[in-house]
Write a protein that binds this ligand. Structure first.
Ligand SMILES: [Zn+2]
Length: 131
């Protein structure tokens, strides 16, 4: 089984190449906020957009979430804690003015890329207006 929050997973790489194809530039595996322990998979500093690519198993996607039968209670608790941490992380980032996008690993990179492009452009426009 894949480690929790693995780096450079296949869905992540597919999404990153789609974003490159769309002409976007970004950083990978960064803390959006220095004093917050959360590391985002893809970070757009300009516009402050943080993207997390969430694995269906580890982050309990509504379509594919399962709990292993062996040690079921332990797993259920662990996965629940993951979801809770995701929620807290998103909340903390949003509270600091970041836009948080969570993409499920099962989503098509094309759809996810289009959504990210739209949000990043919007946020950059807003930032330009605020200046
Ligand atoms: Zn899924």
């Amino acid at each position: 089984m894949r480690a929790n929050r693995g780096r450079d997973t296949r869905p992540e790489i597919a999404l990153r190449s789609e974003l490159h194809r769309l002409g976007l530039r970004f950083r990978v595996h960064r803390r959006p906020v220095a004093d917050l322990r959360a590391t985002a998979d893809i970070v757009f500093g300009q516009g402050r957009v943080a993207v997390f690519v969430d694995g269906c198993f580890w982050h309990r996607c509504p379509l594919h979430a399962t709990v292993p039968k062996a040690n079921g209670e332990w797993w259920a608790e662990k996965l629940r804690a993951n979801v809770e941490r995701d929620r807290r992380t998103s909340g903390e980032l949003r509270a600091r003015g970041w836009c948080v996008i969570r993409i499920w690993e099962h989503e098509s990179p094309q759809n996810a890329g289009a959504e990210i492009l739209r949000l990043v452009s919007e946020r950059r426009d807003e930032a330009a207006h605020d200046r």
